[in-house]
Design a binder for this molecule. Structure first.
Ligand code: ZN
Length: 118
């Protein structure tokens, strides 16, 4: 008998849907929980309203964990990146150094797409 397993708590519904799509690409069936609660956050106790991604079959768990890890790696870490050009730190969600404009996006996006000057 297969049982469901929670694999991820998302920060928002878009995040949860992106992960569910990634899992679907691996033929892993998912359920989204709390997807409808997000719009009514004011009525829901904090910490219980975040969208959660569950897999339908725990035999997919190890593969799902890999997808989750890859998904999480694409999210801004909230840390900072040191510019290799001038040594200043920029928030990790910046594509370019705030100081000199060099690409500091850790390869996440091309410098041209991020609008960096070099
Ligand atoms: Zn710089």
């Amino acid at each position: 008998m297969a049982s469901v397993k929670r694999v991820y708590s998302a920060s928002d519904l878009v995040d949860a849907r992106l992960l569910a799509d990634s899992l679907a690409d691996e033929c892993i069936r998912t359920h989204l929980f709390n997807a409808s609660a997000v719009g009514a956050m004011g009525d829901v106790p904090f910490g219980e309203a975040w969208p959660e991604v569950w897999i339908a079959d725990e035999r997919d768990l190890s593969r799902a964990r890999e997808v989750v890890a890859a998904h999480a790696a694409r999210q801004p870490s909230g840390g900072s990146l040191r510019c290799s050009g001038c040594g200043e730190e920029s928030p990790s969600n910046f594509g370019c150094c705030w100081n000199c404009g060099m690409d500091v996006g850790a390869g996440s996006q091309p410098a041209s797409a991020a609008g960096c000057v070099r």
